[in-house]
Design a protein. Sequence first.
Length: 148
Amino acid sequence: MASTLRGERKRKFKAEINVVPYIDVMLVLLVIFMVASPMTNPSVINLPTAGQSTQPPSDYIEIALQPNAPSTISINSKGSANGKNTQESKESATNMTQLLKKLQEYHEAKPDLPVMVSADKEMKYDDIIKTISEAKKMGINRVGLATK
């Protein structure tokens, strides 16, 4: 009874988790990621270099894309006598719809020819991909990019 007269109270246990240390750890991680994120440069893309194919096509439809000039489309064939490339019917197109119409005409005339897209390095990547995509939609199975 002497202990109850002194005014001792029974301790209640807390069933709570102390979250202050967790908040401190999260703030430290946030600072680390904020400092480390500018060190990486996501805009640089390292593209693989393209090797030559084992057998390049002897006859193909070439689409030449340039940023500030009309696009050209032609049928290239390798001459059997001298081995030099010759161009048949080189035509120019001022916009994408004209280019696709001419590509459709060439494909209907010679459906087995592959398409080679050669684009200037200043050309928008989106325009090149659209050209390749439209050629695939026409049913052209072999579509390639010309490289140096």
